[in-house]
Design a protein around this ligand. Structure first.
Ligand SMILES: [Zn+2]
Length: 488
């Protein structure tokens, strides 16, 4: 036993996870030195990152324009290092999945730094060659949409090769024949780690190579690397790491790249409480990639056990945006108890540089197995559907001067506006404003409806839900309301 351990330490002198942790703690502490400070939210565009990429030419990177998107935005391949092991990382093939692109910009800043991490930089430089293809779907990013400008999902175009962006990705992949591939995406913020209350802040996958989910030696390496990353990064986000669905997708890049012999890892950035712009998750991505570089350079992943990978819980959907528990409904002579689960979807606004939310009631009934980013136990309170006020208003300023509390007490969350010139979109007024016509009215609280509710405690209005946002009527503030202006 003693000999076995000695041999182990001799063969792998640099592999102790404690050293990884110490390194990552130190990088985490110094992260602000590397964070690309011109990018602070998710809806940045190709024109925002292009000068940053071009500028890398002045540092010790090689920057090559390798082609253009369908709308002629330049796509770059950035190279750093000159070691024998090739890594290829590509981000944002889905235009509305930008977290890893932000992390790559931070990685570029880290790699071009000159500080106490120079030994690490030398290790990476000598052992690895890193190839980056940031923002593959530049046109989709412009519109903040998943698909490319042809409305084709690039990640279903690995084989048919009809999108210029998918073709570029495949051409680069074929020319590099990289040892490792990192397929960088964002996933729904509502994925949970198994059936827990924790959002899957990161999910990993070593994509399968066939429907039978066979484990080739190289796929096994990818699993081992994920095991290592899981151990290292769990420290920063305990119980917030999951495994992405491992169903084989013959049209996707990850599956095809894995099949052709590149050890491929899918990294999906999900959600984290109070991080709507994913700036914390961006930092976790940054640490994840550095952890991967370190492990590959030191070959420490080789001693990991795929059992760790196999035991990472799968993504499940047990999280909603807002969960209202234990409400009483009194409708049409019936009285019953319900929980209400509400989700909010982002709608692009102002040329996809901003967004607003539309909400819908996702589920009703016993939701005790679910969790909410925001949760309220409203036991003893009564809920009713918000109704539409019958009188028509002539202008927004007339609506602004309404006594909102009085309106809520009468059971109304919606008003009608005569002004035809006003356009549908968001409003800071704590109501839903219908242009010209009243919405179709239903008696009951129903699935898929916009979440507009009145919640009373002993007949007094305690809370109002306007478009999925909870409002205390005593504290109305036009700054943070999320009403909608709608046209039927
Ligand atoms: Zn994606």
């Amino acid at each position: 036993m003693f000999n076995f351990i000695s041999i182990f330490i001799l063969i792998f002198p640099m592999i102790l996870p404690a050293q990884d942790i110490e390194f990552l703690e130190k990088v985490n502490y110094g992260y602000e030195n590397y964070r690309e400070k011109t990018i602070n939210h998710r809806r940045f565009k190709h024109s925002d990152i292009k000068p940053l990429i071009k500028n890398l030419e002045k540092k010790n990177f090689t920057v090559n324009k390798i082609g253009e998107s369908a709308q002629h935005r330049d796509i770059y391949l950035v190279k750093w290092g000159n070691g024998p092991v090739k890594l290829f990382l590509w981000s944002q093939m889905h235009g509305d999945e930008p977290t890893a692109t932000m992390a790559l910009l931070d990685i570029f800043n880290f790699l071009s730094g000159n500080d106490s991490f120079n030994d690490f930089r030398d290790l990476i430089k000598n052992k690895l060659t890193l190839y980056f293809m940031p923002m593959v779907n530049a046109d989709g990013a412009e519109l903040y949409q998943r698909r490319n400008i042809f409305e084709i999902d690039i990640n279903r175009d690995a084989v048919r090769q009809q999108t210029p962006e998918g073709k570029l990705l495949k051409d680069v992949f074929d020319s590099l024949k990289a040892d490792f591939g990192f397929n960088l995406h964002d996933q729904s913020t509502r994925y949970s780690v198994g059936n827990s209350s924790k959002p899957a802040t990161l999910s990993f996958l070593a994509p399968t190579i066939d429907y039978e989910k066979s484990i080739s030696p190289k796929r096994e390496d990818a699993m081992k690397l994920i095991s290592r990353i899981f151990k290292n990064i769990s420290r920063f986000i305990p119980r917030h790491i999951a495994r992405y669905s491992d169903e084989f997708e013959p049209r996707a890049f990850g599956d095809n790249f894995q099949k052709s012999g590149t050890r491929t890892i899918l990294v999906e950035s999900g959600g984290y409480k109070n991080d709507p712009e994913k700036q914390f998750i961006r930092k976790i991505n940054f640490l994840t990639l550095l952890s991967a570089f370190k492990s590959i350079a030191e070959e420490s992943y080789k001693i990991e056990d795929t059992k760790v990978y196999d035991e990472i819980p799968f993504n499940e959907k047990f999280i909603m945006d807002l969960l209202l528990r234990n409400l009483t409904v009194k409708e049409a002579g019936n009285e019953y108890l319900i929980d209400i689960g509400i989700n909010k979807e982002e709608v692009n606004w102002n040329e996809a540089k901003e967004f607003y939310f539309t909400s819908s009631i996702e589920d009703l009934g016993d939701l005790s197995v679910y969790y909410g980013y925001e949760e309220y136990d409203l036991k003893g309170m009564e809920v009713s559907k918000g109704k539409t006020y019958p009188d028509v208003f002539n202008s927004i300023s007339d609506i602004e001067s309404i006594n909102f509390l009085k309106l809520y007490e009468e059971g109304y969350t919606n008003v009608i506006l005569k002004d035809e010139k006003i356009k549908p979109g968001p409003t800071k007024i704590p109501l839903n404003i219908y242009i010209q016509n009243a919405p179709d009215e239903y008696e009951n609280i129903m699935l898929t409806q916009t979440a507009n509710l009145i919640i009373r405690e002993e007949r007094k209005v305690k809370y109002v839900i306007i478009n999925g946002f909870i409002i205390n009527p005593e504290e109305i503030n036009f700054k943070n309301c999320n009403g909608l202006i709608l046209k039927q």
